[in-house]
Design a protein around this ligand. Structure first.
Ligand code: BGC
Length: 746
């Protein structure tokens, strides 16, 4: 009886519009901005301060009194990082936090397949959601300015157009789970050496044409909910609270309403952090409980020092309220979205996604005499050589290091796939880095080997000589200076004497395949001496299965390079013209910095190669298949028109080989005559098509103003010049198959 009366009473109250018991900020039927304003109006000054800085290594406290939950962040772009201790980087030794390790982001970019980017984002987002994270610290889209950058494997290559197209679906995929991405590291964090003091000196045109487009796409097209500022400086201020980058560009020009998160330990000062557009401070001390006087987090630059500054009138609350609004928006979009899915961890679908992305990303760089795929009816003895055939690679590399549920090494994958169809003989050939540990996560592999380099080499040559085919698995390995955060590589050459080893191996057996495992380009002075070369990236859990499927031909390779494979460092504009790693200088605050003029300007990657007519080992966009594709003649729907028109260019592409395969058809635009210096050509479109033998597809691209314009720094605007243009269509930046002119009238 009592229950019924209550129900009637409630119904009555509701009918009278009296159900205001739920405050606006908790009412998810209301627009998010209304909820934000309501929550803001209920918060005390201390609560506002609390919400904008960390309370532990990876979390911020929310507003406990109002039931506004904590924000939990996690690395990183390649998988969900294992749980660390509250105040330390060491892992917390949970037993439920092993994840699916996905391929590195250069591998994803090498798929040139936006569906793969969506699948990647969707899958990693599900894992982050299952682990109850609100923010995934990735993806990274810093442009590949130098092959020496230690974090290239976390980024999407050298071209702003490719990176822009690939980042947007990744963002959408992650955020469809109610988990925010944190696009990093905004901006110009293009090297790891001196990463806290690097001061890139870059003109506006270069900034807007090369280094910003992928970030802009993530912000405006992807609607990324958070961004991470870099450690480096830019025009006299650190990137994480740089007024030009954060206030003028990201929040101003791009009208972005998300929250800026500092990189971990990137904040150095309260005043500039307040005014420079930073919204959340993380990682300022690595040991939060012992470095401070009380709770060290209270001493963060955006904690008590900021509070005191407001109380004594140094700061108004205008900036604070803006920061709090952004953090609240993030909270409502993620952890307070009651409708977000529940996510999943280590599902069969995630494993399949890992394999599929890897299979589409592996790049067949060279294949003389069609040595690949391995012909298992003829090949009876296979020599598998090199440390990377047996080394687990999901541990290492810095903050993107993972605790993968399992990892199949290349040798395991091959043995499983080949079974008794051929004999596999393994020899180590060299010892690189036999360790496998990062912040307490250990691979458990014992890779120590007491033999001398000569003994290892002799054994390898003997095994190689005796085999029908040699598969050499080498490259880098995510240890310091070999694709690893906080260190750059020290040379373009492969480490551990691999160049000499490969030459010696090829001399005893020309049927040698080099499988290069790395996240960046390496010198290949031996390229002409070996038969085949595969660029194999870091491929996560399914590494061995993925590579076995490509090597045996179960899967036809279809990846293409997202960056130029330089023969020497001199072919890279940053090294030839720019300064790397810069020269010491003193900034306006009296700090020691490393000035790094980007003298090569917009001539990054193939833009520099084209301008100087250089011959790299392999050009940007290059990648072979086990079949062949023929390009017909391009046609265009109109020969001239205004820049407001859309031009459609079409080219027929035919699979003229014997088996199904995927081809990445690339469109480059060339401004034939312009009043300013422009690149010979720039990527402005690509399509990945899947063709059966004999099948033809008409591939069409639409060209509009965006594809014709350059950034005019004086006008601070994208402009185009009427006149003659050319559409160039090809299989790589170095292999243009057909061209067609068109004219833009005034
Ligand atoms: C890295 C970030 C990472 C953060 C948290 C920093 O050192 O630069 O990319 O997300 O640590 O681990």
């Amino acid at each position: 009886m009592k229950t019924i009366i209550t129900a009637i009473a409630l119904t009555g109250a509701s009918a009278l519009g009296m159900t205001a018991a739920v405050p606006d900020y908790l009412n998810d039927n209301l627009p998010i901005e209304q909820r934000v304003e309501d929550a803001l109006s209920r918060m005390t000054l201390r609560e506002k301060i609390n919400i904008i800085h960390a309370q532990s290594k990876f979390s911020a406290p929310g507003v406990p009194r109002l039931g506004i939950p904590e924000i939990w962040c996690t690395d990183g772009p390649l998988g969900v990082r294992p749980e660390v201790l509250w105040d330390e980087w060491e892992q917390a030794e949970w037993t439920n936090d092993s994840c699916t390790a996905f391929p590195s982001l250069t591998a994803l970019a090498a798929t040139w397949n936006t569906d793969m980017a969506q699948l990647y984002g969707q899958s990693i987002g599900e894992e982050a959601r299952f682990r109850n994270k609100s923010v995934l610290l990735g993806p990274g889209v810093n442009i590949y300015r130098t092959p020496l950058n230690g974090r290239n494997f976390e980024y999407m290559g050298e071209d702003p157009y490719l990176a822009s197209k690939m980042v947007v679906p990744y963002v959408n995929g992650v955020q469809s789970n109610g988990v925010a991405v944190c696009v990093k590291h905004f901006a110009l964090n293009n090297n790891e050496i001196n990463r806290h003091t690097s001061n890139p000196i870059v003109d506006d045109r270069t900034l807007y044409e090369i280094y910003l487009p992928a970030f802009r796409a993530a912000a405006q097209e992807g609607n990324a909910w958070t961004f991470m500022g870099g450690y480096n400086l830019f025009r006299g201020e650190h990137a994480s609270y740089n007024p030009i980058l954060m206030n003028d560009i990201l929040k101003g020009e791009w009208g972005w309403d998300g929250a800026v998160i500092s990189d971990w330990g990137a904040v150095h000062d309260t005043r500039t952090a307040v005014s420079g557009g930073l919204d959340m401070e993380f990682g300022s001390w690595t040991n939060g409980l012992t470095n401070g006087t009380s709770n060290a987090y209270d001493n963060y630059y955006l904690a008590t020092p900021y509070l005191k500054g407001i109380q004594d009138g140094t700061y108004t609350t205008t900036e604070l309220d803006d920061k709090v609004r952004r953090v609240l928006r993030l909270t409502f979009r993620t952890v307070m979205d009651r409708n977000r899915p529940f996510g999943s961890l280590n599902s069969d679908e995630h494993v399949a996604a890992c394999r599929e992305i890897g299979q589409e990303g592996v790049v067949l760089l060279q294949n003389r005499n069609d040595l690949l795929p391995l012909q298992l009816d003829k090949v009876k003895k296979i020599a598998v050589l090199g440390e990377n055939a047996i080394k687990m690679m999901t541990v290492g590399g810095g903050s993107s290091s993972l605790k993968a549920r399992y990892e199949i090494t290349p040798l395991e994958g091959l043995k499983k796939r080949i079974g008794d169809k051929a004999e596999i003989v393994y020899a180590r050939a060299y010892v690189g880095d036999p360790t496998g540990e990062y912040n307490g996560v250990i691979t458990g592999q014992d890779l120590s080997d007491p033999r001398s380099p000569e003994e290892l080499r002799d054994e390898a040559l003997k095994v190689a000589k005796d085999a029908d085919v040699v598969l050499f698995f080498g490259g880098l390995n995510k240890s310091n200076h070999q694709d690893c955060e906080d260190t750059d590589r020290e040379s373009l050459d492969l480490p551990y004497n691999q160049n000499e080893l490969i030459e010696a191996i090829a001399a005893v057996n020309p049927n040698t395949v080099v499988v290069n495992i790395s996240g960046t380009g390496v010198a290949m002075p031996w390229a002409n001496k070996v038969s085949s070369i595969l660029q194999a990236w870091y491929l996560g859990n399914e590494t061995g299965n993925t590579l076995a499927s490509i090597l045996t031909g179960d899967v036809n390779p279809s990846g293409k390079l997202p960056y130029t494979y330089y023969a020497t460092l001199d072919q890279c504009g940053a090294h030839k013209l720019g300064e790397y790693p810069g020269h010491p200088s003193i900034d306006k605050l009296g700090n020691e910095v490393m000035d790094m003029p980007y003298n090569e300007g917009i001539y990054v990657g193939y833009r520099f190669i084209d301008k100087n007519k250089l011959k790299p080992t392999f050009p940007f966009g290059h990648g072979l298949s086990y079949t062949k594709f023929e390009y017909g003649k391009a046609t265009i729907d109109k020969k001239e028109g205004s820049a407001d028109d859309t031009f459609t260019v079409t080219v027929p592409v035919t699979n003229i080989g014997q088996r199904q395969g995927k081809e990445i058809v690339q469109l480059y635009i060339s401004d034939v005559k312009s009043s300013i210096d422009r690149p010979v050509k720039e990527l402005k479109g690509f399509k990945k098509i899947d063709l059966q033998p004999g099948q033809t597809e008409e591939v069409s691209f639409e060209i509009n103003k965006d594809a014709l314009s350059y950034f005019d720094a004086d006008k601070h605007a994208w402009v185009y010049e009427p006149g003659d243009f050319q559409a160039l269509i090809g299989a790589s930046s170095g292999d243009i198959r057909t061209k067609i002119p068109f004219k833009i009238t005034k």
